[in-house]
Structure formats: C-alpha cells, structure tokens
Design a protein around this ligand. Sequence first.
Ligand SMILES: O=C(O)CCC(=O)C(=O)O
Ligand SMILES: [Fe+2]
Length: 296
Amino acid sequence: MSTTQLRSCEQWASGISHGIELYVLDCNPERALITVIKHKRDALYSEGVRCEERGGGQEFFHAPLEEKQKYPMAPGTVQGYGRDFVFSEDQKLDWCNMFALGIEPPYIRNPKLWPIKPTKFGETVDVYSREVRKLCQNLLKYIAMTLGLKADIFEEMFGVAVQAIRMNYCPPCSRPDLVLGLSPHSDGSALTVLQQGNGSSVGLQILKDNKWVPVQPISNALVINIGDTLEVLTNGKYKSVEHRAVTHKEKDRLSIVTFYAPSYEIELGPMPELVDENNPCNYRRYTHGEYNKHCN
Ligand SMILES: O=C(O)CCC(=O)C(=O)O
Ligand SMILES: [Fe+2]
C-alpha cells in the first residue's frame, strides 16, 4: 500500500468515533472494493456489535425447524426465515438459510416476523442496528470527503435511510465443491456491514482482478462492502464489489449482514459534482424502490 493510501486510511480511522481502527484492503477510491474495520473491544463491542454472542443469530438458527418456521419468508418477499433469490424450481439452491428483517424506517418492520425466542433477540438486533446505523452515517461522511464533497451530502440525499439485517447460516457441507453458501452477487445497498461469526469457517470471497479472493475473518472486525447504489452515486469512482460465500466440510458459518440504502422514493443517479467531460455520466437515474422491485 502506498503512503498516500495509508494516509487516507489514517484520516478515516481518526475521524470515526469509538476508537475504531480501520484496515483497508484496497483503499484507492477508484477501486475501493472492501474495507475492514476493526473496533476495540470496549467500544462498539460492548454496545452489541457481537450480536450473535448475545442471542442474536446462532441460537435462532439452532432452534428446531418448527420454531423457525413460525417466521416464514413468504414467496416474493424478503423478510423472515427462508431463502431469497428463488426464481425457478430447477434452480440449484444455495446452501445457506437466511433470516431477514426490515429495521428502518419503522414502516418496513413486520413485528410478526420478530422471533420471541431467544428472548433477547429483538433487543439485541435493535441495539446492534442502532450502532451500525451510526457507523454507516460516519463512513458515508468520510467517503464523501475522499471525493472532495461536503461531508453531509449523502445524509441529506438519503432521507430516512432504509436499513435491513440478514443473517445467513450455512451448516457444514460434505461436498463444498458442489454447492455455494451464497451465489455471486453484488449488493443493492449503498453500504453493507458484515460480521462473520467468531469461530466461523472462512466463507466470504470477493472477485478481484477476475479471481475469487477469500476475506479472512478478523476477530472483532466488521467488513464493509460498497454496494451498487454508491457505485452509481459516485459515477463509478467507488465500485460495488461482486462477492459470494463458500461452504466448509466440517464447520458451520454465520454471517450477520446489514444493508444501508437511501429511502425508497429518492431518485438516484451519478452526482453532478462527479460528472464532467473526462467522467461522463455512466448510469441512468432510478429510485431504490424501483431497483428493489427489479431484484426481488
Ligand atoms: O455471508 C457472507 O459473508 C456474505 C453475505 C452476503 O453477501 C449477503 O448477505 O448479501
Ligand atoms: Fe452480499
């Protein structure tokens, strides 16, 4: 990593509250693919970031099937327990089970899908999500600054940002060569915040220079993915990263993923500040709501 790149990492790190340390795998804004934030135990940690250790995810997935099926993901929807991205009966399914909930704004919440067991589940998800929301707002400020834009530009543009959480649980798989945990995709969000459960197998891989590169889980670390929305808004300066998750022969794996995106009705497109003769507009305008319908 060059000195300028390091300097920009430091600037980000010192600016973020809670004494978070920032590690950047590729911090050139032109190709910023993925960022790893390492936070100190007594900062975000104590405020609920290790969601799965406090009754957040693992316990839910280990509950009997009848218990989980009380919160089904209805066909054509994206909240509850089940499988997303099922388009046809002949499709080869991913190995992961998912559990997803809308968090903000309040109208996207479906209280019937919030499990009552484990008892701490709802509270844990709420505390965690509040902290992650602040983190996303902070990150977007620093991203704006790396682009020479005013710090609040994204916050002002996003309205009441949409936030959702998804837990992906992959049991061990005897033939990891035959099935993926999650098929390759990019996220529609502006930012995605991902934690790989402690003790989980290596699973996440990003496509970099046409090769799948594993993202090693770092204890107490969050992985931040750039999503499609940020790619569009920055006219391609920040690139959305294609990623997938692989399975493991003996180990299970839990990932807890937050998607942070602009309000559904806001019209989005490359920001005029980032379009000029040398950087022509590369994307058409759309709303996040329209994009979501197209994807689901
Ligand atoms: O499990 C992972 O590491 C990736 C999860 C993911 O990409 C997603 O939920 O969109
Ligand atoms: Fe993803």
